[in-house]
Design a protein around this ligand. Structure first.
Ligand code: UDP
Length: 327
């Protein structure tokens, strides 16, 4: 059985579908602070899911999961993810992300569960020194969110040496899109991400979409990011899981498309996909945004045989279809 922490959240739930489609039985552990019970109910209809509402900050709650279920591996998504909030309230991020992860890892060691896939982020690299970003790029996160993820990666390295806890860290670029059958999708409150915010302006005429900065040193002045489809991302987790089971070796991989799209390009693509006029305003830059970020994901291709398959248009289309189900 596989334990998915944060399985009621955005990427965790898409990953759960990937594993359920492949016949795995899952335990989903989520405190529902940001995850949704509706998402869990949807997953329960797709395959064998045991849902435990619990908080990683309480070690007994996670320890009981290992006592009560025969867990063989863990996929660890649970954590706070908002960069801006992490700068304003680092205590919340360090307490939740780091203490929660430590409790999880200690329970794993105690119950002799030795495989984990960890959701990391390209935010651990910080201000880019070169592009595309490969796994060897220096790691200097510029916000508390990125720092929590880097610290957790480092804890995992120490736990490997000391306790033979084997981990694959997947460093996500910008994850986008929704389930291709529109059963689940991106659902954050508040929403800060680009594509859902553009789509919100399609449905809510009072919500003008804001581009944060058009004076960056890029070809059109707006920021460039690497938007990787959430189902491709879910497949990366399955391949990482199989690799870890077969090789029993820790490693880390960038997961991205290796292609950059500017905010203005994403906006244009959204207009094309939705066939709607969307009102837009240019706003000042948002704090902490790098001009350009995209992945060198060749290591994932070489070792995991993972490659991005879906396009930005696919992601916007599925995100749009999902938003439609909510309106
Ligand atoms: N962005 C924007 N308007 C929005 C949300 C995001 O212009 O309503 C920009 C943001 O400044 C960044 C890019 O879109 O350059 C991607 O932002 P997002 O929050 O989706 O992901 P991040 O790169 O911060 O992880």
């Amino acid at each position: 059985m596989i334990l998915i922490t944060g399985g009621a959240g955005y990427i965790g739930s898409h990953c759960a579908i990937e594993f359920l489609n492949n016949g795995y039985e899952l335990v989903i552990f989520d405190n529902l602070e940001n995850g949704h019970i509706e998402t869990v109910r949807t997953l329960e209809k797709i395959g064998k899911v045991h849902f435990i509402q619990g908080d990683l900050k309480n070690i007994d709650e996670i320890d009981n999961v290992f006592k009560n279920f025969n867990i063989d591996s863990v996929i660890h998504f649970a954590g706070f993810i908002q960069v801006e909030e992490s700068v304003e309230n680092p205590s919340k991020y360090y307490r939740n992300n780091i203490i929660g992860s430590l409790n999880l890892f200690d329970s794993m060691v105690k119950h002799n569960v030795k495989n984990i896939i960890f959701s990391s982020t390209c935010a651990i690299y910080g201000e880019p020194k070169y592009m595309p970003l490969d796994e060897k790029h220096p790691k200097n996160p510029i916000n508390a969110y990125g720092r929590t993820k880097l610290v957790i990666e480092e804890i995992l390295e120490d736990y490997d040496k000391a306790y033979a806890l084997k981990s694959i860290k997947l460093r996500y670029f910008n994850v986008a899109g929704a389930d291709s059958q529109s059963r689940i999708g991106e659902w954050h409150e508040p929403e800060t991400h680009l594509i859902p915010n553009i789509l919100k302006s399609v449905f809510d005429k009072d919500k003008t979409f804001k581009i944060y900065g058009n004076d960056y040193d890029t070809f059109d002045g707006t920021c460039i990011r690497d938007y990787v489809n959430v189902e491709d991302m879910a497949r990366a987790h399955k391949l990482a899981y199989l690799y870890l089971k077969e090789n029993n070796k820790s490693d880390e991989f960038n997961i991205g498309t290796q292609q950059g799209s500017s905010v203005a390009e994403v906006f244009q693509t959204a207009k094309k996909v939705t066939q709607k006029e969307i009102s837009v305003l240019i706003e000042p830059r948002r704090a902490g945004d790098a001009a350009i970020l995209f992945a060198d994901a060749s290591k994932a291709k070489k070792i995991l045989n993972w490659e991005s398959q879906k396009t930005l248009e696919d992601s916007i289309r599925t995100a749009y279809l999902w938003e439609k189900t909510r309106h």
